[in-house]
Design a protein around this ligand. Structure first.
Ligand code: SF4
Ligand code: SF4
Length: 197
């Protein structure tokens, strides 16, 4: 009988101790958040989804060369004097049209190595960390803004420009070959019977 009361007392005591701890925590500020309804604030230097501001991209390829997993793919086209891609927001003149700028974010390891070498600071890590997709292809981000018809038009312009330059060069070379060399007459000195210089 004594044992029975002892066990009952111990059971009640343990429950009360537990309840005391629970009650105390009712007044402690919560450390958890109701994600996804409440989003955590990311630290300033957090590495998340990449973004490229194409208005400032000069197509220099430095980011692609720095990427350790080759997930950036860039293609460019030289501009012609009558069709310039303009300037960056920092006033740097662009010499190339960026016809392709793809980032395969499925391969990206978020190392941020592509961000540091960018001379115009147009490739950045953003605060966006929720970008899962059902289809793998949807993780291929295409940043280039030119349409296929615009690319074809610029390609044609560049080809015409280079063809005209080549023709110009060829004509100049031909004119140089065809121009007769001036004949320099050598005078003979009657006293020495030698040709004067
Ligand atoms: S963060 Fe790293 S892996 Fe991702 S694109 Fe940039 S360099 Fe490549
Ligand atoms: S390094 Fe910057 S400017 Fe150069 S291609 Fe990459 S994003 Fe564009």
């Amino acid at each position: 009988m004594k044992e029975y009361f002892k066990n009952t007392f111990e059971a009640l005591y343990t429950v009360l101790v537990g309840m005391k701890i629970t009650f105390k925590h009712l007044f402690v500020p919560s450390v958890t958040i109701q994600y996804p309804d409440v989003k955590p604030k990311m630290p300033e230097r957090a590495r998340n989804r990449l973004f490229v501001n194409m208005d400032d991209c000069i197509g220099c390829d430095q980011c692609a060369r720095a990427c350790p997993v080759n997930c950036i793919s860039i293609e460019t086209l030289k501009s012609t004097p009558d069709d310039s891609p303009g300037e960056t927001s920092q006033g740097k003149k662009k010499a190339l049209w960026v016809t392709k700028f793809d980032i395969d974010i499925a391969k990206c390891c978020f190392c941020s190595l592509c961000v540091y070498p960018c001379p115009t600071e147009c490739i950045k890590m953003t605060q966006v960390y929720e970008f899962s997709e059902f289809e793998r292809e949807d993780l291929l981000y295409r940043f280039a803004t030119l349409t296929p018809s615009e690319i074809a038009e610029k390609q044609k312009k560049f080809e015409e420009f280079t063809a005209a330059k080549e023709a110009e060069k060829l004509a100049a070379a031909k004119a140089k070959v065809e121009k007769p060399k001036p004949v320099v007459e050598k005078k003979v000195d009657p006293n020495t019977d030698k040709k004067a210089e």
